[in-house]
Design a protein around this ligand. Structure first.
Ligand code: CMP
Length: 137
């Protein structure tokens, strides 16, 4: 069993595709073990993406991630990190395989609808960024 953190980003909540994203995770046999809809402040978005702080897209990314509501969820299952990443597709929707979340629903590299932890180390930072132990069931 492995855990990962996924986010339906502000473009996804604006497009009413929260259920569509969750359906894909559940249909793949993954369990949603924590879930909430929140609006990040710019500072909270910067803290979440701190690993990208030296990147040229950091400011724009954190503006985007704080422009509207997001849905954050902790997900559990066998190989959950890779499974979620396969379901999401490539970071840039132009490169994403047909049938993936980003190919079907995303707009561009920044407004790419979903986030998923890229490693166990990232998941270990990202899950407790949003959820206390009591909120993960
Ligand atoms: P995500 O998986 O949430 O992780 C970092 C995000 O930065 C990524 O999705 C993209 O939405 C965003 N991003 C914006 N520009 C770039 C870029 N040039 N390379 C990678 N990620 C980018």
């Amino acid at each position: 069993m492995q855990r990962t953190l996924s986010i339906v980003k502000p473009d996804g909540t604006a497009k009413n595709v929260i259920g569509d994203v969750i359906k894909r995770f559940e249909s793949a046999g993954l369990k949603i073990i924590a879930l909430k809809r929140i609006k990040l402040s710019k500072e909270e978005a910067k803290g979440f993406y701190i690993v990208h702080k030296a990147r040229p897209f950091y400011d724009s990314l954190t503006d985007f991630m704080s422009e509207g509501p997001v849905v954050v969820m902790a997900i559990e299952g066998d190989d959950a990190i890779a499974k979620v990443r396969d379901l999401m597709g490539a970071t840039n929707p132009k490169d994403a395989k047909p049938g993936t979340i980003r190919a079907d629903l995303a707009t561009d590299l920044e407004r790419n609808t979903v986030h998923g932890s890229d490693s166990p180390e990232s998941a270990a930072f990202e899950i407790p960024y949003f959820f206390s132990a009591l909120e993960i069931i």
